[in-house]
Write a protein that binds this ligand. Sequence first.
Ligand code: UD1
Length: 420
Amino acid sequence: MEKLVINGPTRLCGDVDITGAKNAAVAIIPATLLIDGICTLENVPNISDVKMCCSIMQKLGVKIDWLSNHSIRVDTRNISSTIAPYDMTSKFRASYYLLGALLSRCGKAEVGLPGGCNLGARPIDQHIKGFEALGASVTVAQGKISAKANCLIGTSIYLDTVSVGATINVMLASVLADGTTTIDNAAKEPHVVDVANFLNTMGADIRGAGTDIIKINGVKALHGNATYSVVPDQIEAGTFMLAAVASKGDITIKNCITKHLECVTAKLLEIGAHVEDIDGDTLRVWASKRPNKATIKTAPYPGFPTDLQPQMGVVLAIANGTSIINESIWDSRFQYTAELNKMGANITASGKSAVFQGVNELSAAPVYSTDLRAGAALIIAGTIAKGKTEVYNLEHIDRGYEHIEDKFRNLGAKIERVSE
Ligand code: UD1
C-alpha cells in the first residue's frame, strides 16, 4: 500500500503546468469509436482513469499506441466486440460513454453499470431517456446496461437535469443519426465543448456546445486522419489556485484557460486573495493573509464546480469567521470534512450543507482520501498543517491527477510517496 507523507507547513510558491482534462479525455477516447479510421490525441493526461479507458477500448478491438507521455494514436478500424468487460467498467465512471459511442457506431452496446467515486446516488436515467428518444431500446439487468437500435433518428431531447454525462452521451449517440437532434437544458462545462470540438474536427456537425441548446446535424461518417489536443484541466488548475490561497503562497498556473476559472477567481477575490490573469493561459494566484469567510454553492458550469468543493473546504477551514458550503450536485460530497476535523478543523456537515468555523491552523494526522477530489483537498491540508500528515487511499487521487506529488514538491512541499 502506498501513502503520501507530507511535512508541513509550507508556503507553496512557484510555477505549475496543467495537464489535459481528465473529464474531457475519458469522453474523447470513447468518442473515437465513431471514427472508422485513425486519429491522434495530444495533451492526454497520463492518469489511471485514462489508462483504464484505453484498456477497455483495447478489449473492444481498438488499437491504441502511446506516441509519447501525453499523446496517443487510436485506430478504430477493427471493432471486434460491443461488450465492455464488466470488471473493468464497474471501476470506471466514464465507461457510460461507451454506450453512446458503440450504439452509434455498431447499433448495440453492453456496459457494466459504471463505478467511480462514491459521491452518493449517480443515476443515468437521462442518458437512457436520450438513447430511447433516438430510437434505441435499453435494458438494465444484472448490473449491466444494454442498448440496441436498428437505426437512430434525430429528435428533440429535453434533459430534466443539467448533466455533463447525459449531454455528452446523447451527443455521441446522435452524431451519426439520421436527421437533426436538439439537446435542451444541456450542460455547458468546458469538457462538453471540448468533446464537440473533437467530433467537429473529425467531421461531425455539432452547434451550440457551451450553451444550453446543442444542435447535432447527423452526418454519414467521421473521417479521422486528424490530430486533436485535449483542453487543459480546469479542475487541476483550480486545485492549485486553492492550494496557493490555503498556504498563503504564490503560484503561477501555466497552460490553463483562465476563462474557465472565472467563478473560482471571483470567490478568491471575495475572500481577500489576489488573482492576476496574465495572458488568458496563465494565472498568478497569491495570498498574504488568512482568507475571509465565504458562502459557496456548487452549481453546473459556469457556477462553482462541485469538483473544487473539497479543496475550497480546506481554504474555508482556516478562514477568518464562519463559512457555509451548500453542495447542490452530489449527496455525499462532505466525507472529507471528517478527515479535516482529525486535523483540527471545526466543520459540521449535515446532508448537503456544511458549516466551517474557521480555525487558525491545521495540525498533522493520518487521513484517508474518500474520493478523488477529497484526496486533493487532503494533500493541500497536509502541506499547510503543522507536522507529518499521512494521506492514504491514493488510488482515488491517481485516477485524476498526474504526478501530483511531483507538482506539489516543485512548489516547495515536503511530500514523498512511500510504500508500506
Ligand atoms: C461529471 C464529472 C464529475 C463531476 C460532475 C458534475 C466526468 C467523468 N465526471 O460527472 O467529475 O462531479 O460531472 O460536474 O465527467 N443526474 C441525474 N440523472 C442522470 C445524470 C445525472 O439525475 O441521468 C444528476 C446527478 O445525480 C447529479 C447531476 O445530475 O446530481 C449532475 O450529474 P452529471 O453532470 O451527469 O455528472 P457526471 O457526468 O456523472
